[in-house]
Design a protein around this ligand. Structure first.
Ligand code: ATP
Length: 217
């Protein structure tokens, strides 16, 4: 494992807590890894969860999404039909750009608020699209969960009941393994059992704690 030099970015000249961006392809194991870090007491800020919060029933953002995409994307209980909307934006780049323009400012504002309140010793920010959207400048380290594509497809099929074609299409729309790995400061390989995953998480945890105590540069 190689750890390069680490510069803690600062906000308004104030030293900020080390932030680790956790990313990886669909069903690579980001949530599973985040839970293992959480079990070690590390604050987790999950942008997927924030995206659900900022578009919860009754929010102004949900109203704006309904105005742009149609009321049919809001269910009888007032919640967003994410699956249906995902199908639309998956097939239409312009629609995807519109959805991101609507939601991203609110998600990142919520992320910064949570991060400012969460404390340390360091924080894990789960950001599935970190590489695709070039969000590396928002974090100090990029931690990639990596596994073989066949394994991602198998996990996707087992968890979501996706067909092989659906699973392949989702993977094809994401950054490739090579591109994601090129952006990584650290890598967790999730091709074994949970025991192996936990051991890797513990190793990174102790190193991140060390980095978190370094003087700002
Ligand atoms: P998504 O991109 O959809 O949010 P994710 O990257 O967060 O997914 P997880 O939900 O953590 O991935 O994992 C995908 C599925 O694979 C889950 O059902 C999880 O329980 C399973 N899984 C992950 N890692 C392992 C492992 N090492 N051994 C067995 N099952 C695993």
């Amino acid at each position: 494992m190689f750890f390069g030099p680490c510069k803690l970015r600062s906000v308004d000249g104030q030293r900020r807590i080390l932030r680790v961006g956790l990313t990886g392809g669909i069903a690579s194991g980001k949530t599973t890894v985040a839970r293992l870090f959480a079990a070690l007491g590390v604050p987790i800020i999950d942008t997927d969860a924030l995206s659900r919060e900022v578009t919860a029933p009754g929010t102004p953002l949900l109203r704006r999404i309904a105005e742009r995409f149609g009321a049919e994307f809001i269910g009888a209980d007032g919640s967003l039909d994410r699956r249906a909307l995902r199908r639309v934006v998956f097939a239409d780049p312009e629609a995807r750009a519109d959805l991101e323009a609507l939601t991203h400012p609110a998600i990142f504002e919520a992320m910064e608020r949570r991060s400012a309140a969460a404390g340390g010793p360091y924080q894990i920010l789960v950001m599935p699209l970190l590489v695709e959207k070039d969000h590396a400048p928002l974090v100090d380290r990029v931690l990639v969960v990596d596994c073989a594509e066949e394994l991602q497809i198998r996990r996707l099929q087992a968890r979501d009941g996706s067909t092989l074609d659906e699973a392949r299409a989702i993977l094809a729309a994401q950054a490739s393994r090579a591109v994601r790995l090129a952006a990584a400061d650290e890598v967790i390989t999730n091709d074994g059992d949970l025991h192996s995953l936990r051991a890797q998480v513990e190793q990174h945890h102790s190193r991140y704690r060390q980095l978190a105590t370094q003087a700002p540069t």
